[in-house]
Design a protein around this ligand. Structure first.
Ligand code: TRP
Length: 335
């Protein structure tokens, strides 16, 4: 037998919060890339409901969105037979390791997290300890599965670096326990920016709903939002740092069509922004249609979604237990 057959598969882990509707930024920056790993890796994709409660949630909505996020994973092409799809709170080892890792994470490190700073500014009346230690729970998610690769959007890069630092610190204090994970941050899609203010990230919680395109938006909504997208007064489709609006639309168009920036510039040479925006809207709506249709089909069968999450949690638990027993032994818990 050759070595490739004997070598165990490498592991991929990623998580998505069941809070708010997911945007094309979430789709292009993360979820769309998840299915490319299914064949060659052991893949875990988690709905991180425990992370979601770091900001106040309406219980019924959190529950509904947990189903929706799972359905969305599947609608985006993740086959439950080829990927372990599960809900974070169904596997208690996440909370367990999260606590332990808190004791190997420095206050100063967590204070430097830009997401914490942003979120505490936004939720000034609820700066709870969970919001602060959010990154250690995320580190636990990743490290529990001896993960090799973590596909995430650029905004999660700092959290991933911290997870690596925590793992390294733990390994140095005891002995090799955790694999040090690598990020997989697709540069070709980069950050998708707001359509109304292309200097800030497209965010699902933006009060200006014209600035955000959701994965489940109807074609009419998609077209209307792109039509209103902020550009500039130059009337020239060209990728450039001083043209953030047009460059953002070009990134979105490229992500949905696979065309290069040069090809896009040539395609719209001598044409106005009206034509360009129409084309971006069409490409986006066409790309999202199959996802939207499959999502609707999946949401109509809750029992099936429940059986998927149950099987996923059982599989994840099996792997998580192995890491936990190693961790407990090393730190000196009576086991
Ligand atoms: N923090 C991530 C986000 O908001 C979600 C997340 C939680 C995650 N745990 C994770 C992503 C582990 C990757 C790996 O996007």
């Amino acid at each position: 037998m050759n070595e490739a057959v004997l070598a165990p598969k490498k592991t991929v882990f990623s998580g998505v919060q069941p809070s708010g509707n997911l945007t094309i930024g979430n789709y292009l920056g993360a979820i769309k890339n998840f299915s490319r790993f299914s064949e060659e890796y052991k893949t875990f994709y988690c709905v991180v409901d425990m992370h979601a409660i770091t900001v106040r949630q309406v219980p019924a909505e959190l529950r509904r969105r947990t189903y929706e996020t799972l359905a969305l994973y599947m609608a985006c092409g993740l086959d439950e037979k080829k990927n372990t799809l599960f809900v974070q709170s169904h596997v208690p080892e996440h909370a367990e390791l999260g606590w332990i890792l808190n004791c190997y994470t420095m206050f100063g490190e967590l204070s430097r997290m830009t997401q914490f700073k942003d979120k505490s500014a936004k939720h000034a009346q609820n700066i709870n300890a969970g919001l602060f230690t959010y990154p250690t729970l995320m580190a636990a998610d990743i490290l529990l599965y001896q993960t090799d690769v973590v596909p995430v959007g650029v905004d999660q890069k700092q959290h991933l670096e911290l997870a690596r630092d925590i793992a390294t610190r733990f390994n140095q204090a005891y002995s090799d326990t955790f694999k040090i994970p690598e990020g997989f941050i697709p540069k070709e899609t980069m950050k998708i920016m707001s359509l109304a203010d292309p200097t800030s990230k497209m965010s699902k919680s933006d009060p200006n709903q014209n600035s955000v395109v959701y994965i489940l938006d109807s074609k009419d909504d998609v077209m209307r939002k792109f039509k209103k997208a902020v550009t500039d007064s130059e009337a020239c489709v060209k990728y450039s740092e001083d043209k953030p609006g047009v460059s953002n639309l070009m990134s979105i168009y490229r992500a949905f069509t696979g065309k290069t920036f040069e090809e896009i510039e040539r395609e719209f040479e001598g044409k106005g922004y009206g034509d360009f925006k129409l084309a971006v809207g069409e490409a986006c709506a066409d790309g999202l249609r199959p996802v939207r249709e499959e999502f609707a089909r999946l949401m109509a069968d809750k029992a099936h979604l429940e059986s998927v999450m149950k099987a996923g949690a059982e599989d994840a638990h099996h792997y998580a237990m192995r890491t936990m027993s190693k961790v407990k032994r090393k730190i000196g818990f009576v086991y």
